[in-house]
Every structure is written in C-alpha cells, then in structure tokens.
Design a protein around this ligand. Structure first.
Ligand code: MN
Length: 380
C-alpha cells in the first residue's frame, strides 16, 4: 500500500506508535509536527525524511532549525505550520494526535482542503463536534477514529445497516482508582494518578483516565462520530481492556471487537481501512485472560464523567466548556496546584457557572474555551 501520511503530534504516544505502523506498512511520511520535543522530532525527521516538519512551540523553532541544518526539509512552526501541514496537497491522510483542543483548527483546515483524517485528538470532536461533522459531510471527507473504543465501534458497524443500530456499549477500564470512594480519592497522589493499569499513554490522557473524564470525552466523541443520542450510549467498566467496545442492533444481537490493549491496532485500521494487514503487535489469547469482567461506572464519585454526560445532554457550548475547564484543571493538578478531587469539582462546577450558549462557528468555540479557562484560573 502506498500512502502519503502526515502526522500531527508525532512525538507523543500515538504519534510514535503511528510511525511504527507506517514503517511496517511502508507508508511515505509527508510531514511531521510536534509540540516541543525537538530532540525526538529531529530523530524522526532523519529517519523518515518528511518534506515538512513543524514545531508548535515557536520558541523552539531556532533550535529545531539548527539541529536539522544539514537536512533537506522545510521547517515550520506554530499553529500556521500545523495548518499548512494539515492541508498539504500531497496528503492522502492526516493523522491528528495532538493533545487538547489545539487540534481543532488543524482538523477543520484538513477538512476544508478535502483531506481524510485519522482522528486521535478527541478534544476536536468534544469542543467542535457539530462544526467538524457538518464540514466533513459537506466536503465528503472521511474521519477514521483512532481512539480504541471508537475504532471498535467503527469495526462493529462494517457490513451492517446503520439504521438498524440500537445502541453502543462503550467499554471503560475504570482507571487506577476503580472502586474508590470519594473519601479515598481525596488521598490520591500525582504519581498514583499517572499509573494506568492497561495502557501506556501521555500525561493528559492518563489523568483523564484516572478521573474518568476520558470516558466522558469519549461519550461525546461517540455521539458525534456515530450520530447518536446520549441515551443510545451505555458505558460499561471492563477492567481487562480486551473488549474495546460493542454495538447492539435492533434484534438485540451484540457485536464486539476484541484485541490486546495496543493502540497500534486501531491506528493501523484507521490508516489502511478497509484493508487489514499484519500489525506490529501480539495476537490475543483469550485463555491467557481466562475471565472478563463487567460493571456499571460510578459517575457520582467520578464527577468528571457525570459532568461530561450532562454537558452533551444539555448541548450547545457545554461540552466545550467542560473540556476546556478540564484541560486547565489537569494542567493545574500536574503543576501541584490542586488536588485530584478538585479536578472533578472544578469541571462539574462549570455546569452551574455558565448559562446555555450556541456553537455555530469556530469563534464560538474559542469564546467558550476562553471563558472556561478564565473561570478555572480564577478558582486556583
Ligand atoms: Mn480510548
């Protein structure tokens, strides 16, 4: 398979695994972009020889330029650079794995340019779901989910009629604090929150997994990707992360997708759809697991989850507000400015703080984002 792939967020967990998949499948890397990891980005440029490279943090531009002085590569920076890469004429597909709602504008730019997207940046759909999906439909652009749960749902939809789908079952690992009471969550330390039982990921998503905000964001992401009502999405805690999600049809047949917890499988499917090739991971042995367990999530103790579901049920700017508030709260937690339970308290307080407002354009998203961040900073 010959494909030109550009990767936004190439030095992160998804980005590095995506490069492994691209190498295995022999894809051509057209462009790479990273937030600020100059050293790893330079190494990637030397290995994959892209035509363009971008560093988002403009203060690192000179350093990147120096380190690649002997290379034939066009060096870009900032949001302009990300958007230029997203819209490259040569792109067959853009893999967006940046962290946070910074990813929204590059996604919209790729869609505007008619480029298909492998989407790992869930905040894109949480903050701007309506904009992104309507623009993609208008331009005939395909959005392939990279998130393992959404990839699972996408796989379970193949060969069936979308109109006969009744609901989806979104599985959740439960994170490192599964079963904790609210009192127990008070004593949680940063190092414990940064340890995930099944997945090895970046800091932001690891904290989101510990608070269950990640599942809340995925609930919203699923609503937009698959055009569902909130009451068609059931979250089930499945500690082993072997069933990556399932769908139920109107005859009550349930189809699930299983595999070892390795992001390279959903990454590769997003890049090779509808084809399947051997993936650089290991096969699933169900008998090694022996037992798979299922339980209801606790959205009262894990306030972020309840807040995210309430936000998408209310609609308008609420999902964007809770997402931006969460980004700021997680940043404050990682800087030791607030405790673990304060993340949930801050995120859920957004629902009382702000009245309903609409999202009709990119500026509306940016406005809601600004209001939520200012509010959170005023609390810290
Ligand atoms: Mn996921």
């Amino acid at each position: 398979m010959n494909k030109n792939v550009s990767i936004l967020g190439s030095t992160g967990s998804i980005g590095t695994q995506s490069l492994e998949v691209c190498e295995k499948q022999g894809f051509n890397i057209m462009a790479l972009a990273a937030h600020s990891s100059v050293k790893l980005l330079s190494e990637q440029v030397r290995k994959f020889k892209p035509k363009y490279v971008c560093i988002y943090n403009e203060q690192k531009y000179a350093e990147l330029k120096d380190s690649l002085a002997d290379m034939d590569v066009e060096i870009l920076c900032g949001m302009d650079g990300l958007c230029k890469i997203a819209a490259l004429e040569e792109n067959d597909i853009v893999l967006n794995s940046v962290v946070g709602m910074v990813g929204l504008l590059p996604t919209l730019t790729a869609i505007e340019a008619g480029k298909d997207i492998a989407l790992a940046n869930k905040e894109t759909l949480v903050a701007g779901g309506k904009l992104v999906m309507s623009k993609a439909a208008e331009k005939g652009v395909k959005i392939y989910p990279v998130d393992s749960e959404h990839s699972a749902i996408f796989q379970c939809l193949q060969g069936n009629k979308r109109s006969q789908l009744s609901k989806i079952i979104l599985t959740a690992s439960g994170g490192p604090f599964y079963g904790y009471s609210y009192e127990q969550l008070r004593g949680v330390a940063k190092a414990d929150a940064l340890k995930h039982p099944n997945w090895d990921m970046g800091n932001k998503i690891t904290i989101d997994s510990a608070t269950l905000m990640n599942k809340g964001l995925e609930f919203i992401e699923a609503k937009w990707l698959f055009d569902l009502e909130p009451d068609q999405i059931e979250i089930v805690v499945h500690r082993q992360s072997v069933i990556h999600s399932a769908v139920e049809y109107n005859d009550y047949a349930v189809i699930a997708q299983l595999g070892v917890p390795d992001m390279k499988i959903p990454i590769q499917y997003a890049l090779t759809y509808p084809d399947r090739f051997e993936c650089p991971t290991k096969p699933l042995s169900l008998t090694d697991y022996g037992t798979l367990t299922f339980a209801k999530p606790d959205s009262e103790t894990f306030k972020c989850l309840g807040a995210a579901i309430e936000a998408i049920t209310r609609g308008g700017a609420y999902p964007c507000l809770v997402n931006s508030a969460n980004e700021e709260a997680v940043r404050a937690f990682l800087n030791d400015e607030i405790s673990f339970i304060q993340i949930g308290e801050i995120v859920s307080s957004v629902l009382d703080k702000f009245g309903y407002s609409e999202i009709n354009c990119y500026e509306d998203v940016m406005d809601a984002d600004k209001r939520a961040r200012e509010y959170v900073r005023s609390l810290i």
